[in-house]
Ligand binder design. Structure first.
Ligand code: SF4
Length: 319
C-alpha cells in the first residue's frame, strides 16, 4: 500500500490541440516532406515552445520577418494566428513560395472585417493589443479602418464614432465572459452596431473554457498546461480563478510547477490550451504521480470532431 497522500484529478475534456493548431503543425511537417529542409516559418507556428523546438529538429527555421528568408525556392509558412496583408504581398513580390497556415476560423474574422469595410462600415475589433492575431486582423484593411478596444472602459472612451455605420469583430481566443462584457458595452452605446452572425470566439476556445467552468469550483487548485504567450491558455487559468478555484497556474512544463501553491490539496483540475500537446499534460500528471496517489477522472463537457484540410499547395502530397 502506498504511503503517498491521495489526490483526485479532474481532467478537462476537451483540452489541448484544436483543429487549427493540428493543421498548422501538419502544414510544416508536410512542407518538410514535400520540399525538404529547410522550411521557413514566420513567427511561432503556434504559441508553444515545445512544438516549435520539435519542428526545429525536423528542419524548420523560425524567422520574425520575411527579410530573413533567402530567395531560392524553399517555402515559408505563415503561422496559425494570421498575417497582415502586406506579408503575403511581400512574399509575392519576391516570388517566395508562401504557404498560409492561418486558421480558417481566424480567416473567417478577416473576411467579416473585409465585408464590413466594403459596406463602408467602421469596424471595432475586440482583442488584445499586440497579439499576433490582432496584428493580423488589423492588417487586413488600410490603417485607421479598424479601432481596437479591449475593455468596456475603452468603449466608454470612444469618441467621434458614427453609430449608424458601425460593426464589430473579435479575436478568436478571448475569455467568453470578457468578450460578452465588451460587446454588451458596445451594444448599449451603439444599439445599431452590426455583429457577427455567429460569435468569432472559436469552438475550441469556447469548449475549453466551458470545461474549466464545470470543474473550477470543485478543485482546490488548477493547472492549465500551455505557454505564457498563448492567449487561450492564459484565459483558461483566469477562467478557473474566476469560477471558484482558489489557486490556478499556467505552466509550460512540469519543471515550471509552483509547488508552494499546491500544498494540502485534495482535488486538482487539469486542462491544456489549444496549442499544448498531450505529451505535456502527461508530463504534468507524472510529476503529480511522484508525490500523490492519483485518482484521475476525465470530465467531458463537449465532444469535438472539427478538422481542416491542409493548405492548397500541400494537398497533392496527401494520398
Ligand atoms: S484556437 Fe480556435 S482560432 Fe485559434 S487556431 Fe485553434 S481553432 Fe483556430
Amino acid at each position: 500500500m502506498s504511503d503517498k497522500p491521495s489526490l483526485k484529478v479532474l481532467l478537462c475534456a476537451p483540452r489541448g490541440f484544436c483543429a487549427g493548431v493540428v493543421r498548422a503543425i501538419n502544414t510544416v511537417e508536410h512542407a518538410l516532406r514535400q520540399f525538404g529542409a529547410p522550411v521557413y516559418v514566420r513567427h511561432e507556428i503556434v504559441h508553444n515552445r515545445y512544438v516549435v523546438e520539435s519542428l526545429k529538429t525536423k528542419g524548420a527555421i523560425f524567422v520574425k520577418e520575411l527579410d530573413e528568408v533567402p530567395d531560392g525556392g524553399q517555402p515559408v509558412v505563415f503561422s496559425a494566428h494570421g498575417v497582415p496583408k502586406d506579408v503575403p504581398a511581400e512574399a509575392d513580390r519576391r516570388s517566395l513560395l508562401a504557404i498560409d497556415a492561418t486558421c480558417p476560423l481566424v480567416k473567417k474574422v478577416h473576411l467579416e472585417a473585409e465585408l464590413h469595410h466594403r459596406r463602408n462600415l467602421k469596424i471595432i475589433l475586440v482583442g488584445h493589443k499586440g497579439h499576433p492575431e490582432v496584428v493580423g486582423t488589423l492588417g487586413q484593411l488600410p490603417k485607421g479602418s479598424i479601432i481596437l478596444v479591449q475593455t468596456p472602459e475603452d468603449v466608454e472612451n470612444l469618441t467621434g464614432v458614427d453609430e449608424s455605420n458601425l460593426a464589430y469583430v473579435t479575436q478568436t481566443t478571448l475569455s467568453i465572459d470578457d468578450m460578452s462584457a465588451v460587446v454588451a458595452a458596445l451594444q448599449a452605446r451603439y444599439p445599431q452596431i452590426v455583429g457577427p452572425h455567429r460569435q468569432d470566439i472559436c469552438y475550441a476556445t469556447t469548449n475549453r473554457q466551458e470545461a474549466v467552468k464545470a470543474i473550477a469550483a470543485k478543485a482546490d487548485a488548477f493547472v492549465a498546461v500551455g505557454s505564457p504567450n498563448s492567449s487561450n491558455s492564459q484565459r483558461l487559468k483566469e477562467v478557473a480563478e474566476r469560477n471558484g478555484c482558489p489557486s490556478s497556474q499556467l505552466v509550460l512544463r512540469a519543471e515550471d510547477l509552483d509547488w508552494s501553491k499546491l500544498q494540502n490539496i485534495r482535488t486538482l483540475g487539469v486542462t491544456a490550451g489549444a496549442s499544448a500537446p498531450e505529451v505535456l499534460v502527461e508530463e504534468i500528471l507524472n510529476a503529480f504521480a511522484e508525490k500523490y496517489e492519483l485518482d484521475i477522472e476525465t470530465v467531458t463537457t463537449a465532444t469535438e470532431d472539427v478538422s481542416f484540410p491542409l493548405p492548397r499547395q500541400l494537398r497533392e502530397e496527401v494520398v
